[in-house]
Design a protein around this ligand. Structure first.
Ligand code: FES
Length: 291
């Protein structure tokens, strides 16, 4: 039987390709989306203020360990006992922090959601392509010849993802609590009724819905994690002997099938939730109480 060698086209120069489609569009959009979120979240964390508005707390500052910032809401909450800060006002033992660094409670917690996203299987593939161009995409020339892989330093550290998963599940619990608390308004801190006549007590405002949607999207992203899928059913060969595991595995698999969609929607909504609360706290938006 005769044999013939089939020579596939080898791209040798960076971005060299015979593709005719818009292969650069997805990496470009990914780059813009992730870069935009990093810029916004860094800016928001750096503010150290306007992260809470009455019953609402920004997910970028939750759980809130210490109260900080200089806005009117913070003054009011400190005077009345903050209902968000777990350990009260900014402690004096943190006085060692350099003066150029703002008193921002976000610095204490962002490592956990940030680390979870950074090491996520989906995001890894996405930012390797969009930021390092390695690989840029199929059949397009790469900037380097050597494959780094994830079995040696520094990328072997990505295996820490499973540990960030445990923290992420705890954060879902915290944010769920925040969403419920966002439906119980305190008395008005600005000297006027914020959420319609009556002010205090149970009610649903636009901000409450924003917080609930945030938990829903983050839950869809977190509970569709590849590591969680492995944790729940990865070691079983015969699911018929573990019916409860089978159901849980199928639920995670169902979310996992759309992991990229959950990843982007939840990323966008976390940023929007912070933005909405920030705008309300700074007096730009007026939160409407629906009932
Ligand atoms: S793989 Fe994406 S969150 Fe775990």
């Amino acid at each position: 039987m005769s044999q013939a060698d089939l020579h596939l086209p080898q791209q040798s120069r960076f971005t060299e390709t015979s593709r005719r489609d818009k292969w650069w569009l997805v990496p470009l959009l990914t780059f813009l989306g992730l870069f935009g979120f990093v810029v916004y979240s860094t800016w928001a964390a750096w503010q150290g203020a306007n992260y809470e508005f009455d019953a609402y707390l920004s997910p970028m500052y939750s759980p809130l360990l210490f109260e900080a910032g200089t806005n009117a809401a913070k003054e009011w909450h400190l005077a009345h006992g903050s209902h968000h800060a777990l350990f009260g006002p900014w402690p004096s033992w943190l006085g060692w922090m350099p003066a150029w660094m703002p008193m921002s409670p976000a610095f204490f917690i962002l490592i956990f959601p940030g680390g979870f996203r950074l090491t996520c299987y989906y995001y890894r593939g996405a930012y390797y392509k969009a930021f390092w161009a390695d690989p840029l995409t199929c059949s397009v020339g790469e900037p380097r010849k050597k494959y780094l892989g994830e079995q040696t330093w520094p990328l072997i550290a990505q295996n820490i993802h499973r540990y960030f998963l445990y923290a992420a599940i705890l954060f879902i619990g915290v944010l769920t609590f925040d969403a419920f608390r966002g439906m119980y308004y305190s008395e008005d801190w600005q000297g006027k009724v914020v959420f319609g006549e009556g002010g205090a007590g149970f009610g649903i405002g636009i901000g409450s819905l924003v917080l609930i949607i945030n938990v829903f999207l983050l839950g869809g992203y977190t509970f569709g994690c590849h590591s969680l899928r492995h944790l729940i059913g990865g070691k079983y060969n015969l699911f018929s002997r573990h019916p409860k595991r089978k159901v849980a595995y199928e639920c995670v698999s169902c979310l996992n099938a759309q992991h990229m969609l959950w990843a982007w929607c939840s990323l966008f909504w976390v940023g929007f939730t912070d933005f909405y609360i920030r705008m309300c706290a700074s007096g730009v938006f007026t939160d409407v109480r629906l009932f």
